[in-house]
Each structure stands twice: as structure tokens, then as C-alpha cells.
Design a protein around this ligand. Structure first.
Ligand code: GAP
Length: 480
């Protein structure tokens, strides 16, 4: 089993993530978050919101509707240009992103030391992405490079065709072109159309940002790799409105801040890197992705884009409403430029699961342990009575209830202590507290550290503060 398969299995077994509608055999590329998964996700959202909105006086929050006026998507360019170039392997009947196949070939060349060939192919690839007939050029490369179907090994391709990724539906009872609307493919447009209202009501001056966490939908043709590419997913996006000409300095500042946020969540810096876009999106003048070293290779988790004034200008054009800002310092009106930070929440979760997963041998037995940063861990502490008698369950339950006033705590009295530890290791719970005979006499409990497995005695009444201190001081390398 590779690491991703192990994570899929653990996610279902422990209640992190389930296939959607599992009793009906699941629904492709759609997943549900179980009891542990929902806590993990809430913690990540909470940390993002705290970092982006509460730590910046000049960033406001927003929660826009998923359904928007259909003209939004004409203005944004999504109706016309939100396509992926796809190619079918006739042998396996599987569909692939043509650009993905070529990228993978380049990476393979690089990995096997064929630097010069890789460079030449990349130059041709970039030219193809910019050409007027991109699908045809990509198709030519696939044929010239004799790229084979990854699943079948066959060399029997269709043409490359463009597929629009937006989900369509209809508002109201009548189903015709007039009532056609879309499920939003990104949260960003909800921010753009509310730019003036948010700026005026919050009385913000530029530079200022609007942050939002919400669902987005894309009819991904190739939806594989668990929650990496889904049809329904969540984004954490922030649009930072700046004076034209200053965008690059803000762009660089946001790049640094966003990379640090992932590191602060417990991701090893060597598992993160920057990837500069080969071909800029129709709206961007600079774009970098934060990539993570997933088991299936380096992949994007967040994009930092300098989007110019494209979106606001287009919304001004299509709506007829002014999107200008009067700059009181410069004493002039202009349409702001935008720097966007756009993180995938589900991809962040998959990254945290991959980063946390460890297998160890402990006293001849295998232990699977999820070494999450305690601040994102679904459960912070578990409380166990050593045995189910002599007042220990009552004392342990009272302690768990007290801890719940501070953070998510769990009470467990079933099975041996060893089994209870193992369950909590798989859930990624940083601390297990045991109430034993000595507790009943002196009030001292043992605290067992998930990572080092070292046990320590502390006064029961001091447990919440003690755990909070330990959580704040956590670092991945720290072996106590
Ligand atoms: N507003 C800009 C925007 O939407 P994007 O690069 O298309 O940019 C931003 O998406 C992030 O959303 C990606 O970095 C990724 O983490 C996440 N994302 C995009 N498509 C996804 C999908 N099908 N499933 C899960 N996450 C996705």
C-alpha cells in the first residue's frame, strides 16, 4: 500500500473522511468529513480566519452566496475560458489532462538527469500553452514524445479537446437558457462583486482585503487522488485591493506570509516549494503556487496571483456600475489592482494528513500515529480511568468535562490502556491523561505525550493550563 492508500484507509477507519453517499457505492470525487475530519477542518478554517482577518486590521470577512447572477461568469471569463485540455486513451477509455501528461514527462526527465532534454521540452510546452491552437500543439507534443497512457501503457490517443468545468443548473421552475445559472467555480467572484459595498460599509482605505471561506464546484473530468481534486470543495480566498503600480510589493509580501502560515501549521519547510506558472491565467500579471510534496509528487495547494484590475474592470463593464475607488491621499479615482491568495481547504487537509502520518515500531508492535500540530489536531486531550472502579471513571469524566470548557477533549474507558493509546495515536490526539490509584490519593494524573510517548505526572487541577502551554510550545522535532 502506498502512503495515499494508507491515508484513505485510516481516514475511513478512524472517521476523518468518508466517500460521499457510501451506502450507495459513493459518488465520484465527492467526500464527507467524519467526526474527526470535521474538527480538523474547523481548526484549519479557524486558524486561517484568525491569521487573515483578525491579525490584519485592513482585512474584512465576507460570506457570499454560492449562486450568483449568471452575468458574473461572463464578466469573469469563466463561460468562455474555464476549460481544461483533455485527451482520451482509447485503450483504457480513461481521460487525462494533456498538460498534466507533458508536465509529468518533463519531471521524469529531470529526475533521471536528462536536464537538457527536459529544458527543451519545457520550452516547447510553454510555447504550446501560449499558442492560438493550444489543444493541437499539446497533442503534437504527446505524439512526438510518444507519451503512453499512464494506466494502459498504450499509445492510442484521441485529439485534445477543451471541456468547460462549470456546473450548470436552473433557477426557478422553467428550464431554458434564460434561467441557466452556475454553481460558483471559485469564491473570488463573490468578493469582487461586493468590493464597493464591503469597502464602503467597513470604511476601509486601500490597501485593504476581503477574505472568504466557502464551497466551490468544478466538474473535474479527471477527479482522482482522494480529496486532492474534487467536484465539490472548499476554498479559503483573500482578495487584496491595492493601488495600481504597487501590486508587486504586496504580491511578494503575501507570498512570504502564506508560505509561513503553512509552516506554522506544522508542515516541514522542505516539503513545500514555489512553482511559477508557465502560462498566466487570463487575468494575471504574476502567479506562483505553493506546492507540497504529496505521495504522488509535488502538487499545488495554494495560488498567489496578481490579478491586475481585470475582474473589477470587467464587472464595471458588464454591470454598468462604477468599481472605482477614490484615493484620498492621491486625490484621484482608479480601479484597484488585486493580489489574491487562494488556498484549497481540502488540499490543505490532505497535506496535513500526509505530513502527520507516521508508522513506528514500539516494543515489537507497529504503531500508526498522526503527528498533527496540536493546534490543528481534532481532539486535544483524551482522559482515561485506569480501571472502571474505585471512583476513577467519575474523576476522569469530571476532568474531561472541565477540559471541554477549554478545548475538544474525549473520555474513553473501553479496552486496555494500550488499546486506548493506539486509538488516540491514530486520531492524532497530542495528550492522553490517565486517572489512576495515585490520582485518587494525591490528585496527580499522568500525561502521556503522543510523539515521544513519555509520561509525566502533573496536578489534575492544573491540567488545562499545562496542556495549553505544551500545545503552544510544540515543534515537530522536539523529542521530550
Ligand atoms: N480564485 C482563484 C482560483 O480559484 P485555482 O488555482 O483554480 O484559483 C485555488 O484554485 C485553489 O483551490 C487551488 O490551489 C486548490 O488548492 C484548490 N482547488 C482547485 N480546484 C480544486 C478541486 N477540484 N478540488 C480540490 N481543491 C481544488
Amino acid at each position: 500500500m502506498d502512503l495515499l492508500e494508507k491515508i484513505v484507509s485510516l481516514s475511513k477507519r478512524r472517521g476523518f473522511i468518508f466517500p460521499s453517499s457510501d451506502i450507495y457505492g459513493g459518488l465520484g470525487a465527492t467526500y464527507d468529513y467524519g467526526p474527526l475530519g470535521v474538527e480538523l477542518k474547523r481548526n484549519v478554517k479557524e486558524r486561517w480566519w484568525r491569521e487573515m482577518v483578525y491579525r490584519h486590521e485592513n482585512i474584512e470577512g465576507l460570506d457570499a452566496a454560492i449562486l450568483m447572477h449568471p452575468t458574473v461568469w461572463k464578466a469573469s471569463g469563466h463561460v468562455e475560458a474555464f476549460h481544461d485540455p483533455m485527451i482520451d486513451d482509447k485503450a483504457s477509455k480513461r481521460r487525462y489532462r494533456a498538460d498534466d501528461l507533458i508536465e509529468r514527462r518533463i519531471e521524469k526527465m529531470e529526475a533521471s538527469g536528462k536536464e537538457e532534454q527536459a529544458r527543451a521540452l519545457r520550452t516547447r510546452f510553454v510555447a504550446a500553452l501560449h499558442s492560438d491552437d493550444m489543444p493541437k500543439e499539446l497533442h503534437r507534443i504527446i505524439l512526438d514524445e510518444e507519451i503512453r497512457g499512464p494506466d494502459s501503457g498504450a499509445f492510442d490517443w484521441t485529439e485534445v479537446r477543451q471541456f468547460n468545468l462549470m456546473f450548470e443548473t436552473h433557477a426557478g421552475a422553467v428550464v431554458d437558457d434564460e434561467t441557466k445559472i452556475y454553481l460558483r467555480p471559485e469564491t473570488a467572484q463573490g468578493i469582487f462583486v461586493n468590493f464597493r459595498l464591503a469597502q464602503e460599509t467597513a470604511r476601509q482605505q486601500l490597501p485593504f482585503g476581503i477574505a472568504q471561506i466557502g464551497k466551490a464546484f468544478r466538474n473535474e473530468i479527471v477527479a482522482r487522488r482522494f480529496i486532492f481534486r474534487m467536484r465539490e470543495f472548499e476554498q479559503m480566498e483573500m482578495q487584496y485591493f491595492v493601488c495600481p503600480g504597487t501590486q508587486m510589493e504586496h504580491f511578494e509580501a503575501w507570498r512570504a506570509k502564506r508560505m509561513q502560515w503553512h509552516i506554522d501549521n506544522g508542515i516541514r519547510p522542505e516539503h513545500l516549494r514555489w512553482h511559477e506558472h508557465e502560462k498566466l491565467a487570463h487575468y494575471a500579471d504574476a502567479a506562483f503556487d505553493v506546492q507540497y510534496a504529496f505521495p504522488m509528487g509535488w502538487q499545488e495547494i495554494e495560488g498567489i496571483h496578481s490579478r491586475t484590475d481585470f475582474d473589477l474592470k470587467r464587472h464595471q463593464e458588464f454591470s454598468g456600475k462604477k468599481m472605482e475607488y477614490f484615493d484620498p491621499h492621491r486625490k484621484e479615482k482608479y480601479i484597484p489592482y488585486v493580489v489574491e491568495t487562494s488556498a484549497g481547504l481540502d488540499r490543505t487537509i490532505l497535506m496535513l494528513l500526509c505530513e502527520a502520518y507516521e508508522e513506528e515500531r514500539v516494543e515489537g508492535e507497529e504503531r500508526i500515529v498522526m503527528k498533527f500540530h496540536p493546534e490543528v489536531a481534532p481532539v486535544k486531550a483524551a482522559v482515561f480511568p485506569l480501571v472502571k472502579r474505585d471512583g476513577m471513571p467519575e474523576t476522569a469524566q469530571a476532568l474531561a468535562a472541565d477540559l471541554r470548557g477549554h478545548f475538544n477533549a474525549f473520555y474513553d474507558d473501553s479496552g486496555s490502556i494500550g488499546k486506548r493509546y493506539r486509538r488516540m495515536d491514530e486520531a492524532g490526539t497530542p495528550f492522553c491523561i490517565t486517572v489512576d490509584g495515585e490520582t485518587m490519593e494525591t490528585g496527580a494524573v499522568t500525561v502521556r505525550d503522543r510523539d515521544s510517548m513519555i509520561q509525566e505526572r502533573i496536578p489534575k487541577n492544573n491540567a488545562a493550563d499545562y496542556l495549553k502551554d505544551r500545545m503552544q510550545g510544540w515543534s515537530r522535532s522536539a523529542e521530550r
